[in-house]
Design a protein around this ligand. Structure first.
Ligand code: AMP
Ligand code: MG
Length: 426
């Protein structure tokens, strides 16, 4: 059989093709404690002013600024302390001329007061009397009602990823349950007659199915609900039936293995028989050039390489934006930073390379060092990597010390990142 000819497209074109699709996800309510890592299904409005009342940001004395008009070191003014309040309390007294209320951080400003002077700046030599030796301005040290967030402000946008700080805001405004997007259910199918389950003993010629578990973990980090649907031998009919079944009960399906041009790589022919619309099956990248995607009855089907590193990279580059786009996140791509390449790559490569590496601060700059074996089948490099070092293809190699773009595997991600940085070099 002649090897089929595939149309090679650039990484960014492949990303763009995937981004044309998006899942319609229903909303569900979860408790605030369980909302970590989920994506907000609606804009969140401030249900009241923050702070909800004028309050003191310091321990000190609430006073009338005008009473300090003539105060100086030589001629301090004396004020009569008429009450003392801590946070959570409201004084029932009103401050009149030359009076003060001792007030602790967070307590409401008493009636009649228009400023607070810090404890450290007053002297308290006599009982119930303070002396102040400086002029205080009206409004000094008062946190005004609504100065942080006025009622009605949109404080969190739909699609925001919920993390500790977001939870603080939700709790502030009394949201004890939160509407979030339902997690996309992602079916994961590993193909390959050589695959064993994780708990099985090795036998000659076989390896354990590590990709399914790796993808499941990646999907969880992308906000999805992974379902490992087992493994399929390299048999056309079984794989065909397995994929159709998986597509029925999930929002999208990811397969690993069998997308290349080998004798037992059945996926391309299966896409054809299904009548799926191919988005791409050849990308100018290493590893993972055979990464494929197709649309079947409105659902996406990703065909990742069986090679662990290639599988990992394909999932991060193409599955991620689809997942996060469906969750209405703004930052659908891996975050990118510039860093300094720590190794020579003298051999030119026509394809953009995504090298598993580490980005670390070396005292002066972000340094990008490759980790482990730079081969698509390498699995050990994945456990150490915190970034993908991007080396655009071209007629020259890359020199140690070059500035390169690195994609961060952890972190917030990026809105519109790095298509320019992928341009090949002449
Ligand atoms: P394939 O993409 O099917 O040609 O597989 C490429 C390489 O990846 C082969 O060496 C496979 O044995 C290996 N491989 C395939 N599937 C998996 C898997 N699920 N876990 C680990 N390695 C795999
Ligand atoms: Mg295979």
């Amino acid at each position: 059989m002649p090897i089929e000819k595939r149309e090679i497209i650039q990484v960014w074109d492949a990303v763009a093709r995937v981004l044309k699709y998006q899942l319609e996800l229903p909303l569900e309510s979860v408790s605030l404690e369980e909302s970590d890592g989920r994506y907000l299904g609606e804009d969140i409005l401030a249900t009241h002013d923050v702070p909800p009342f004028d309050r003191s940001p310091y321990d000190g004395f609430a006073i009338r600024a005008e009473d300090t008009a003539g105060a100086s070191r030589d001629e301090p003014v004396k004020l009569n302390v008429i009450d003392s309040i801590g946070a959570g309390h409201v004084s029932d007294k009103e401050i009149k001329q030359n009076e003060a209320v001792r007030i602790m951080t967070g307590a409401a400003i008493p009636k009649g007061a228009n400023a607070v002077i810090m404890l450290e700046l007053v002297s308290e030599k006599e009982k119930n009397m303070i002396s102040i030796s400086r002029k205080v301005e009206e409004g000094d040290n008062i946190s005004l009602q609504g100065e942080d967030t006025p009622e009605g402000t949109t404080i969190l946008k739909k699609g925001t990823r919920i993390h500790s700080g977001v939870i603080a805001v939700l709790a502030t405004f009394g949201y004890h349950t939160v509407k979030v997007f339902k997690k996309p259910v992602v079916g994961i199918l590993a193909t390959g007659t050589e695959l064993l389950d994780v708990e099985e003993e090795l036998v000659p010629g076989k390896i354990r199915n590590s990709n399914a578990y790796m993808i499941a973990s990646q999907i969880k980090r992308m906000g999805g609900d992974p379902r490992i649907l087992g493994k399929l031998p390299d048999d056309f009919d079984e794989t065909y039936a397995g994929i159709l079944q998986a597509m029925e009960k999930t929002d999208l399906v990811i397969t690993t293995g069998g997308v290349s041009v080998g004798d037992f790589d059945h996926l391309p022919a299966i896409y054809k028989k299904m009548g799926a619309d191919l988005l791409f099956n050849k990308i100018a990248m290493r590893p993972g050039s055979v990464t494929s995607a197709a649309v079947f009855e409105g659902k996406l089907l990703f065909g990742l390489s069986g090679n662990p590193s290639a599988c990992f990279v394909g999932c991060e580059l193409f599955v991620r934006p689809y997942m996060l786009g469906s969750l209405h996140a703004q930052k659908v791509h891996l975050g990118a930073v510039t860093s300094i390449l720590q190794k020579d790559y003298p051999k030119p490569n026509p394809f953009t390379r995504f090298v598993r590496g580490r980005v670390e601060w070396n005292g002066t700059a972000a340094a990008a060092s490759p980790v482990g074996l730079d081969k698509s089948g390498s699995v050990s490099s994945l456990s150490e990597a915190n970034a993908l070092i991007v080396l655009p293809g071209g007629s020259r190699g890359w020199k140690k010390g070059s500035q390169v773009m690195t994609l961060l595997l952890e972190g917030e991600g990026s809105v519109w990142p790095w298509d320019q940085a992928l341009k090949s070099r002449s």
